[in-house]
Design a protein. Structure first.
Length: 213
């Protein structure tokens, strides 16, 4: 009898909560799905001489990961360091937080990741899709200060209502000590690529993820 009563109470308990369960599941569920694009390479490469005094050679080589380098000679014969890594906004304005590192470059070619956030900016999908959007990169040292190496037009195609969450830039670089003229360090950049993560609107979530690849 005791087991029977316990089972009966459990049954009626489920029945009493059923309207609540149905009410909750009948409401639309708002799931914010973060989507990241594929890493994309730039279509436009240039230099900006407003800062620094040494230009890059072979800057077009950074379009692809192919062991062909944009290079610059470090006059100090010491290890190369980042000077600035900032975003380029539509219109060519260099802006956002400087994501450079203070550590020396290594002589092993490898991708180094910068950012992973919004770089202190309020970025829209229109900014990301604009051909003028990109990244400005330059090196520094005890003596050398390079011009900006500018990479833009990454070919992103986010929908207008996508909410941008983070931008990550990866630079494949190396510091070839003793390779340059008179034993100088030769700073080399093989490739620059960019990834954007965003939240699409619920209505266009599936289409947006396909379009942005």
């Amino acid at each position: 009898m005791e087991k029977f009563l316990s089972g009966l109470l459990y049954y009626f308990g489920l029945i009493s909560t059923l309207p609540v369960l149905l009410a909750n599941t009948s409401k639309p569920v708002n799931i914010q799905e973060l989507i990241c694009t594929q890493a994309k390479s730039p279509n436009v490469i240039s230099q900006n001489s407003t800062v620094g005094f040494v230009s890059w050679s072979g800057e077009d080589n950074i379009r692809e990961n192919d062991e062909k380098y944009a290079v610059i000679s470090n006059f100090s014969k010491k290890h190369t360091k980042d000077a600035e890594v900032r975003l380029i906004l539509p219109g060519g304005h260099i802006d956002g937080e400087n994501k450079s590192y203070t550590t020396d470059w290594t002589d092993i070619p490898r991708y180094v990741s910068y950012g992973g956030d919004l770089w202190g900016l309020s970025l829209t999908s229109g900014d990301i899709n604009n051909p003028g959007f990109g990244v400005a990169f330059r090196i520094g040292g005890d003596v050398v200060q390079s011009h900006y190496l500018m990479a833009s037009d990454f070919g992103f195609k986010l929908l207008d209502d996508a909410s941008v969450s983070r931008v990550t830039v990866e630079v494949k670089r190396r510091d070839a000590s003793g390779v340059g003229e008179n034993g100088r360090t030769l700073a080399s950049v093989d490739h620059i690529r960019m990834t954007v993560c965003y939240t699409p609107s619920n209505t266009n979530k599936g289409f947006n993820s396909l379009r942005s690849k």
